[in-house]
Design a protein around this ligand. Structure first.
Ligand SMILES: NC(=O)C1=CN([C@@H]2O[C@H](COP(=O)(O)OP(=O)(O)OC[C@H]3O[C@@H](n4cnc5c(N)ncnc54)[C@H](OP(=O)(O)O)[C@@H]3O)[C@@H](O)[C@H]2O)C=CC1
Ligand SMILES: N[C@@H](CC=O)C(=O)O
Length: 809
């Protein structure tokens, strides 16, 4: 014997009822089919009743709609004589319903008893239609078999009596029987109901009474999911879970099964199979005894409830006083307020509990009344209510056998900047629940789902600012490497924001790198740094990284807010790390406190591993004594390229065309770019330094930098003659020019030097950089790092490496 229950959507249309018939006909066993009302009908019936009691005539329109819906279904399913017979039954039931509702309208009263009578009409109608549609099926009136007390609206089942009646009714039964769900009656034979979702309950009572070998709940989803699939696209069906896990997940918002359903079948050890009527071939979820030996994974699912208020009762007068909890929860129970979560500090100084927000005011009032004397005497403070909250819970029986779950959970949530307002865990260790702001719910679900269910993949969400030479190159590198990183490192890099100085585009579902520019042009909103920053923060997405590939001062000003919002920063822009020392320290400190990253490896030497090496030296206890370096790719290129037929002005243009120079090449020519780089190296070596501490020996007079960019290009050829003269002299002395940065004993200096053959800088070709660190450990032979020090491709690669560092893979 099997019991199958079909919900409202499963029987919501003629087409779906045909599917139901197919499913039932394919069963090998004897089956009892319990059905809900046609989807949405019970709401319409109750609405009609409410309209009637309010005296509005609208209930007639609602009734017409209910009639038409049933007639349509009958019309589509039946033919000839059978159609007339079914129509007759349906019309008879609808007339009966109409009379009760007219009565409600006339006397202007709608008691819970009448509501129970009215509420079950939908199931009575649907079960008659379906029993007629399935050839050979019988019909049984569940309301006569399931007995309850007389608490109309929330009747309690008399299991002993119901079991006996069900067993008698099905004694010797074989074949198919269709029964209405939800309906029951009291000892006087008056209609009662089993609560919304009660059709599941009807089916469970039948299954338990008849020792069915399985209870199948046919619905419109594939089963219990690891998380709400409307929020977590990657949520998947849980194949099997225990009765307790199903109960917990149902309580925390997974609306797959009506929670009371589980108890009667659990007591008899009958498994519950959840199936999708629209996809009968899908496996579904099996609810059964817990797997022996704890073979199941520790966490089965994540669930959440929104629109929660947290009420806190606090006061020194509560410490060590017995009976406080009893009075508190007694007061709530008297007001019929359901408490969803309780958290109490071991000091007993405060108790926080969560209720549905619509109940918060009543709860506050009930407690204030109960503790009026203590509040007046200041033993208890004013009751505090915080609304706009959600409860999230992870559920799994095997958490008990596994250490480190709570540690991993709260570490992941904390790193993503989600504040946890309250926590509760029962000693059964079946569930860990915590309270967050509604606005943090999506992010919380995502990070927790990713870390417990998809832990083989790490997703990093990238917000790009600046898509010029470096930024554009970076995106192409990411595109080329995306698939490999996913396959080999299980790292998913997702572009979720992109902006230049004109437009910005954000999409939490991802922006394909192929064609991102066209999409930015077509769909992008007008850009603005503040607006982009706010949009990044507001998206509140998990594992975010903001990648700055501009040279903008204003962009660097966004970092503190972004870091404070737990957004990691990877930047090619040198402005922040070379800004005032206090600001540099502040940014590093925020990142450290938040457990996120602020990375700027490309600020010195483009893609060369200079800052990371320096960090390694310092972290391992070495002390930097001297830094000597050629740090400008542009200047090195210029001094390696300048020749009799290639004047200074031309080399500057060439450096720009090669992508070595800053967007504004005057930053390179004035030495500012090298000053910034030296400052960053000195700071990362552990020393304090500011711009004013660096001596700059300029090689181009200031007047060349005073005007606009146009003025600069117009006048730059005036440098040529003088430089050519100096170059010839240098060549004759077998020397070369290098723009050198040096730090030693607290003194920092940058400037043009004439380098003799044999010096490590002499052979430095093209745009290459070279850094020499003299340290306590690298003393006689300094550590040298040398290679391409500028260029879009190598810089983009360095930024890319920093992004991968953020992901910690
Ligand atoms: N080239 C190299 O070898 C290296 C470069 N770097 C650094 O990389 C950074 C980028 O350089 P590069 O790619 O050459 O520069 P580009 O001029 O080619 O690109 C700059 C990008 O930033 C955007 N941008 C500029 N200002 C703003 C703003 N206020 N708001 C939004 N977007 C803005 C630009 O948008 P739009 O096009 O709309 O103006 C453009 O997309 C610089 O900080 C540079 O110092 C670091 C190491 C080496
Ligand atoms: N403009 C810079 C680029 C790298 O930081 C340089 O020329 O070195």
């Amino acid at each position: 014997m099997k019991v199958l229950k079909f919900g409202g959507t499963s029987v919501g249309s003629a087409e779906n009822i045909r599917r139901v018939k197919e499913i039932v006909k394919n069963q090998q066993d004897d089956v009892i089919v319990v059905v809900s009302a046609l989807g949405g009908i019970t709401d319409k019936i109750l609405n009609a009743a409410r309209m009637a009691v309010m005296g509005t005539e609208y209930f007639n329109t609602e009734m017409t709609g209910i009639k038409e819906r049933h007639e349509e279904v009958v019309e589509a399913l039946f033919n000839g004589e059978q159609k007339e017979t079914v129509k007759e039954t349906v019309i008879h039931l609808l007339d009966e319903l109409d009379k009760v509702i007219q009565g409600v309208s006339m006397i202007g009263e709608l008691t819970p008893k009448t509501l129970d009578k009215i509420g079950g009409f939908g199931e009575r109608l649907s079960s008659h239609i379906i029993s007629q549609f399935i050839d050979g099926a019988q019909w049984v009136d569940s309301s006569k078999l399931i007995k309850t007390d007389s608490a109309f609206g929330r009747a309690l089942v008399d299991f002993e009596k119901s079991e006996k009646l069900v067993q008698e009714a099905f004694n010797g039964f074989s074949g198919i029987c269709v029964a209405p769900g939800f309906v029951s009656s009291n000892n006087a034979g008056e209609y009662t109901t089993l609560g919304r979702g009660g059709s599941d309950y009807t089916a469970a009572i039948f299954a338990a009474a008849l020792d069915a070998h399985v209870l199948e709940i046919w619905t419109d989803v594939d089963g219990f999911m690891t998380a709400d699939p409307r929020v977590i696209r990657k949520a998947y069906t849980i194949e099997s879970l225990s009765y307790s896990e199903a109960m917990e997940l149902s309580h925390f918002g997974a609306k797959v099964i009506y929670p009371p359903t589980i108890l009667p079948v659990y007591q008899k050890g009958i498994p519950i199979q959840i199936k999708n009527t629209m996809k009968p071939e899908a496996e579904g979820s099996l609810i059964r005894e817990s797997e022996p030996n704890g073979k199941d994974r520790p966490i089965k699912g994540i669930s959440s409830i929104s629109n929660i208020s947290l009420i806190t009762v606090q006061g020194l007068g509560m410490v060590g006083v017995t009976g406080i909890s009893m009075r508190l929860f007694g007061a709530l129970a008297r007001e019929d307020i359901n408490v969803i979560l309780i958290s109490q500090a071991s000091s007993e100084n405060s108790i926080s509990f969560a209720v549905d927000t619509p109940k918060a005011e009543a709860a506050e009032q009930a407690i204030s009344n109960e503790f009026e004397r203590e509040i007046a005497g200041q033993q208890i403070n004013k009751v505090e209510v915080e609304s706009g909250l959600s409860i999230v819970a992870i559920v799994g029986e095997n958490m008990k056998q596994t250490t480190g779950i709570a540690g991993k959970l709260f570490n992941t949530i904390g790193k993503n900047g989600v504040n946890i307002i309250a926590i509760a865990q029962g000693a059964s260790e079946l569930n860990i629940s915590w309270v967050v702001k509604d606005g943090d719910l999506r992010k919380t679900l995502n990070v927790v789902h990713e870390s417990f269910f998809l832990s083989e993949n790490v997703e990093v969400n990238i917000f790009m600012l600046g898509i010029g030479l470096v930024g554009g190159n970076l995106l192409q590198q990411v595109r080329q490497q995306q698939e490999k990183l996913m396959k080999e490192k299980h790292l998913k890099l997702k572009l979720v924001g992109v902006a230049n100085s004109k437009k910005m585009l954000l999409d939490r579902d991802g922006i394909a790198i192929d064609g991102f520019k066209e999409r930015l042009d077509a769909e992008g909103e007008q850009s603005g740094l503040e607006a982009y920053k706010q949009a990044v923060i507001d998206m509140n997405i998990f594992n975010p990284v903001f990648v700055d590939c501009t040279a903008s001062n204003d962009a660097a000003d966004l970092y503190a807010d972004l870091l404070n919002a737990n957004v990691s920063i990877v930047t090619a822009n040198k402005v922040a790390a070379s800004s005032e020392y206090e600001n540099y320290l502040k940014l590093k400190k925020i990142a450290k406190q938040k457990g996120i990253k602020f990375l700027f490896e490309t600020n010195v030497g483009a893609g060369l591993p200079i800052i990371n090496t320096l960090n390694d030296l310092v972290n391992a206890g070495d002390k930097i004594q001297k830094i000597e370096a050629v740090l400008s790719g542009t200047l090195n290129f210029i001094f390696n390229t300048i020749a009799q037929d290639v004047p200074m002005s031309k080399t500057i243009k060439m450096a720009q065309e090669e992508g070595y120079s800053e967007p504004d090449p005057r930053i390179d020519l004035s030495g500012i770019d090298v000053v910034r780089k030296l400052m960053i190296l000195v700071r990362e070596s552990g020393y304090r330094i500011d711009k004013e501490d660096v001596v700059i020996n300029k090689f181009i007079p200031d007047e060349f930098f005073d005007g606009s960019m146009e003025d600069f290009w117009d006048g730059v050829s005036n440098l040529d003659a003088d430089f050519e003269q100096r170059r010839q002299k240098l060549e004759s002395e077998n020397k070369c020019w290098r723009f050198v940065a040096k730090y030693e004993d607290g003194k920092a200096e940058v400037g043009l030097q004439e380098i003799e053959q044999g010096h490590p800088f002499f052979d430095l070709q093209g745009s290459n950089n070279l850094v020499m660190f003299t340290t306590e450990r690298y003393h006689e032979f300094p550590m040298i790092i040398k290679g391409y020090g500028a260029g879009a491709e190598v810089t983009a690669a360095g930024v890319f490496a920093d992004i991968i560092r953020v992901s910690n893979v």
